[in-house]
Design a protein around this ligand. Structure first.
Ligand code: GAR
Length: 207
C-alpha cells in the first residue's frame, strides 16, 4: 500500500477529510506521518486522535529555507513516503524540496487556478468580483500554484458572500476533490505529461 505524508500549518480540515476517507475504505493508502511547521496546528491533534505519527519542525529554528527543507526531507524519507500532500501548509517550498519529490507533491488551493494563486485565494476572488470560484488540486512544481492540474470544482460567488462564507462553501468542495485526487493517484491513474494530467480509466468491475 502506498504511503503519504500530509503537511499542515493550521486547522487541518482537509487532513480530516483524508483521514475519514482512509478509515471508510474509500482511499486505500497509509498516512505514514503528519508534519507541521507550527506546533499549535490543530491538524496535529487530529492526527494524534487517529493514532497517526506526527512531526513538528519549527521553520524559525533553521537559518535558511534550504536547511529547514533538508531536515523535512530527512524526516519524511524516514517514513518511506511515496507522496507529500500539502493540506494548508503555508510555507513556500524551494526547488530543493520540489526536485527531491519530483511529481510526488500534491496541493489543494482555494481558487480556480491559474486565477488567484498564493495566499487568500478566497478573498482575491471576492475582491476581483468573479461570479464563480472554487478549488483546484495540482501537482507542485517550482512555481507558486503553477503545477499540473488534477481536479477542479466550481463554487458560485453569492452577492452577500464574505471571505468566510465563500471559504466555507469552497472547503466543502475541497473535502471532496482532495480525497478523490489522492484516490486517482493511489490507483496509478494520473499520467503527467508536461502541464497536462490525463486521468486513466479505472479497472472495470464485473456486473
Ligand atoms: C484550505 O482552504 C486550503 O485550500 C488552503 O488553506 C486552507 C487550509 O484549511 N491552502 C492554501 O491557501 C494554499 N495556498 P485546512 O487546514 O482546514 O485544511
Amino acid at each position: 500500500m502506498k504511503k503519504i505524508a500530509v503537511l499542515v500549518s493550521g486547522g487541518g480540515s482537509n487532513l480530516q477529510s483524508i483521514i475519514d476517507s482512509v478509515e471508510s475504505g474509500y482511499l486505500r493508502l497509509k498516512i505514514a506521518v503528519v508534519a507541521s511547521n507550527k506546533e499549535e496546528a490543530y491538524g496535529l491533534t487530529r492526527a494524534r486522535n487517529h493514532g497517526i505519527p506526527t512531526e513538528i519542525l519549527r521553520h524559525g529554528d533553521y537559518p535558511t529555507r534550504e536547511e529547514f527543507e533538508t531536515k523535512l526531507i530527512e524526516t519524511l524519507d524516514g517514513y518511506g513516503v511515496d507522496l507529500v500532500a500539502l493540506a494548508g501548509f503555508m510555507r513556500v517550498l524551494t526547488p530543493l524540496f520540489v526536485n527531491h519529490y519530483h511529481q510526488r507533491i500534491m496541493n489543494i488551493h482555494p481558487a480556480i487556478l491559474p486565477s488567484f494563486p498564493g495566499t487568500h485565494g478566497q478573498k482575491q476572488a471576492l475582491d476581483y468580483g468573479v461570479r464563480f470560484s472554487g478549488c483546484t488540486t495540482h501537482f507542485v512544481d517550482e512555481g507558486t500554484d503553477t503545477g499540473p492540474i488534477i481536479l477542479q470544482a466550481i463554487v458560485p460567488v453569492l452577492p452577500d458572500d464574505t471571505e468566510e462564507s465563500l471559504g466555507s462553501r469552497i472547503l466543502k468542495e475541497e473535502h471532496r476533490i482532495y480525497p478523490e485526487s489522492l484516490k486517482l493517484w493511489s490507483e496509478g491513474r494520473l499520467l503527467i505529461d508536461g502541464r497536462k494530467v490525463t486521468i486513466l480509466p479505472g479497472a472495470r468491475t464485473k456486473d
